[in-house]
Design a protein around this ligand. Structure first.
Ligand code: SF4
Length: 279
């Protein structure tokens, strides 16, 4: 049995930046309550860490009860302008990833045009990017394009962490059915790099473990596109005890952009502990 952690795994630049900003806010405001509007990133382990440090996680409704000037942190996924306006009475620390901001600006610049956005409808990034424009057609899968065609001009963007295989399929249908729509690929570089690396199957491995949160678009994309059979999708090292491996399994461990690297080490160590006779 061989066990390897894919080296491209772990926090992307956007998540690292967001967490650095949050850490700095905590340090500079010792003794003051810090509020997080939703999860800071889509990973329970990371969010639990900040809960333990005293950060309070709140939703939009709870905002009404906060005093003016309270410190409110906006997550890596961002917020729509309408939502950001509602925060004007607070001290806002906006940690939105620059790639999400760029995506949002592209959509804004194209207001008034026909816009298709390929992304998960209820994901916080989609809501942040499309939330100010109800005319955007949000497409999550190929079926939603069945029977649609257009000879008008328009533009197509996508969620930064969307599954690149699914994205290509949806883009190609749009090309056929809506030939005058310009397609701009807005997958972020770290999602692209991680997904492409995983999709280039390495024959040294016959088993893959994706470590990430079920709410993370990034992690789901990796799971959906993994070329390894079997591929397991777990949240933390604790889940290893529920899996069964064989002597000849060579395991590739992959963490998404919001998975802490030390959790990947814990996954590896737990497998080594349980299967020491196979090593
Ligand atoms: S996955 Fe991409 S868009 Fe999301 S936080 Fe990381 S760099 Fe930013």
């Amino acid at each position: 049995m061989k066990i390897t952690v894919l080296k491209e795994s772990g926090f992307c630049g956007g998540v690292t930046r967001t967490l650095l900003m949050l850490n700095k806010t905590i340090k500079e405001n010792e003794g003051k309550q810090i509020y997080l509007l939703g999860p800071i990133v889509h990973n329970q382990l990371v969010n639990d860490h900040y809960k333990e440090l005293g950060v309070k996680f709140i939703d939009n409704i709870a905002l009404d009860d906060l005093e003016d000037g309270s410190i409110v942190v906006v997550s890596a996924h961002g917020k729509s302008d309408k939502e950001l306006e509602k925060l004007s009475r607070f001290k806002v620390v906006d940690t939105t990833c620059p790639y999400v901001i760029k995506n949002k600006q592209l959509v804004k610049r194209n207001e008034g045009n026909n816009i298709i956005f390929i992304g998960k409808k209820y994901h916080s990034e989609t809501r942040a990017i499309c939330g100010d424009n109800s005319d955007i057609f949000i497409v999550e899968n190929e079926n939603e394009l069945k029977g649609l065609s257009s000879n008008s001009f328009g533009i197509v963007f996508n969620q930064t962490t969307f599954n690149i295989n699914k994205l290509e399929k949806i883009q190609s249908i749009i090309k056929d059915q809506m030939p005058y729509f310009e397609i701009i690929n807005t997958i972020c570089p770290s999602s692209k790099n991680l997904q492409e690396t995983l999709s280039m199957k390495d024959d040294k491995y016959n088993t893959c473990i994706i470590v990430g949160d079920k709410t993370s678009s990034n992690s789901n994309s990796l799971y959906e596109m993994s070329p390894y059979n079997p591929t397991y999708f777990i949240s933390s090292a604790k889940d290893i005890d529920n899996l069964k491996f064989r002597r000849f399994d060579n395991i590739l461990i992959v963490g998404s952009a919001s998975t802490p690297k030390d959790e990947l080490t814990k996954v590896k160590e737990r497998i080594k502990e349980l299967y020491k006779d196979y090593l």
